[in-house]
Design a protein around this ligand. Structure first.
Ligand SMILES: Nc1ncnc2c1ncn2[C@@H]1O[C@H](COP(=O)(O)OP(=O)(O)OP(=O)(O)O)[C@@H](O)[C@H]1O
Ligand SMILES: Nc1nc2c(ncn2[C@@H]2O[C@H](COP(=O)(O)O)[C@@H](O)[C@H]2O)c(=O)[nH]1
Length: 187
């Protein structure tokens, strides 16, 4: 079915995935970022249908059971999943579609889209990752602890991905992301 390109964008919570994607979208507005469904409550400023589709657990489970999700996973106590139809339609139209998803979902996508470009974003250190999560001031102490535990497992899996980008200097990381998406041959 491949006409466009599916790009899986993974990395521990707080590493800067969302910030990098917002920046690359500004430069390349033709890129498509998939909007996930989640049972997590919205953070301050998050808008339903723009940042996520915020749904109940019952609704999420019904979507998964009906095969409406391309992949899904439980992460830090909430469900997250990629609505299937918009992604498949955009790929059919030749678009580049980016999924910002965690490790379990990324592995699931390997099975359905083996040709997807898989990018992993790394922090310069775990201490800096924790600083970024805390500075964001959006998560409870319990959520921060769960995210940091999960971060170690995810970082250990970075080599499974086609490209690894260290998000230390933001502009360099952005340049590397741009190269990975548009000049994949150089990696
Ligand atoms: N290169 C960088 N240097 C310093 N701070 C950064 C850098 N990149 C991003 N940040 C900051 O780190 C924080 C976390 O970034 P962001 O929310 O984009 O992470 P994320 O990976 O999308 O997290 P999540 O998966 O939890 O949504 C933000 O406050 C952001 O401004
Ligand atoms: N497997 C999936 N993971 C997803 C999806 N949408 C987001 N995510 C990942 O969840 C964590 C936590 O996100 P947060 O917004 O609560 O900080 C993060 O790693 C996201 O990349 C999805 O559809 N499927």
């Amino acid at each position: 079915m491949e006409l466009g390109k599916l790009i899986v964008f993974t990395g521990p919570s707080g590493v800067g995935k969302g910030t990098l994607l917002r920046a690359i979208l500004e430069k390349y507005p033709e890129l498509e970022i998939s909007i996930s469904a989640t049972t997590r409550p919205p953070r301050q400023g998050e808008v339903n249908g723009k940042h996520y589709y915020f749904v109940s657990r019952d609704k999420f489970e019904a979507m998964a059971a009906a095969g409406e999700l391309l992949e899904w996973a439980e992460y830090a106590g909430n469900y997250y999943g990629t609505p299937r139809t918009p992604v498949e339609e955009k790929i059919q139209l030749g678009k580049f579609v980016i999924l910002e998803i965690e490790l379990v979902g990324a592995r699931e996508i390997n099975k359905t889209f083996p040709n997807a470009l898989r990018i992993f974003v790394l922090p310069p250190s775990l201490a800096e990752l924790e600083r970024r999560i805390r500075d964001r001031a959006q998560d409870s102490e319990d959520a921060i602890a769960r995210r940091l535990d999960r971060a170690k497992i995810e970082i250990d899996a970075a080599d499974e991905f086609d490209v690894q980008i260290i998000n230390d200097d933001f502009d360099i990381a952005l340049l590397n992301l741009e190269h990975a998406i548009f000049s994949p041959g150089i990696y």
